[in-house]
Ligand binder design. Structure first.
Ligand SMILES: NC(=O)c1ccc[n+]([C@@H]2O[C@H](COP(=O)([O-])OP(=O)(O)OC[C@H]3O[C@@H](n4cnc5c(N)ncnc54)[C@H](OP(=O)(O)O)[C@@H]3O)[C@@H](O)[C@H]2O)c1
Length: 188
């Protein structure tokens, strides 16, 4: 069965963005970038791929789920469909206007369960933390791009989920000279 994979950049202290949502502290250059643009090239926005003259590999993900606040930075610069090479779902409890390329869901847990029952490549949970908290018990695999910074405060990797130690097994660790460590865990 296809997996729900939370693939995300995270600080040493478990934050995926600054308190105001900024994420420019995360390293995009360095030897780890080959993994970001190669193995996980499907998770690069189309406008970035096209600026670099690259095509999405279409090998890792064919669908993504994101929270409304994760779509907003794109909307603010006129990008309403950041990943047109993927089926894009955005979670919101409101009546938002979205382009036909993007599907709104008010019930991301039900949506993810339906998607998992279909055939296809894995489903990328793009974030943010609030949506990841709501989907925590649906996540099959975590791929954490651990960056060598302690933020002190910010948006947590998982927001709002009830306390319960959920066991994941370490599947691989890749350390790079850039200081980024890509940690992969599967649900036990
Ligand atoms: N480090 C990384 O790799 C990475 C990746 C992704 C995002 N980010 C950053 O993370 C920040 C956003 O994270 P966030 O935690 O603040 O927000 P988020 O999870 O992206 O979005 C929160 C919004 O999603 C909707 N939502 C969440 N749970 C829902 C549920 N169970 N049912 C229906 N709708 C639901 C709600 O939208 P409505 O308010 O419209 O109802 C909620 O306000 C951004 O700054 C983004 O840049 C970082």
């Amino acid at each position: 069965m296809r997996e729900l994979v939370y693939y995300v950049a995270v600080s040493l202290d478990g934050h995926i963005a600054a308190p105001d949502g900024a994420f420019d502290a995360f390293l995009v250059e360095g030897d780890h970038a080959a993994v970001l643009f190669g193995e996980f090239g499907d998770a690069i926005p189309a406008h970035v791929l096209s600026a670099l003259g690259l095509e999405p590999p279409r090998t890792r993900f064919d669908t993504l789920v994101m929270g409304w606040s994760t779509l907003v930075p794109g909307l603010e610069i006129g990008i309403d469909s950041p990943y047109p090479h993927l089926r894009q779902y955005v979670a919101s409890r409101g009546d938002k206007q979205v382009t036909p390329d993007v599907t709104l869901t008010r019930d991301p847990v039900a949506t993810v369960r339906e998607l998992k029952a279909e055939d296809g490549l894995d489903i990328w949970l793009a974030g943010g933390g609030e949506l990841a908290g709501a989907l925590l018990d649906e996540i099959d695999r975590l791929v954490l791009k651990r960056n060598p910074f302690a933020f002190g405060s910010g948006i947590p990797l998982f927001g709002g989920a009830p306390y319960e130690p959920r066991r994941f097994e370490l599947a691989s660790v890749r350390a790079f000279e850039s200081g980024v460590v890509i940690e992969e865990y599967v649900r036990r």
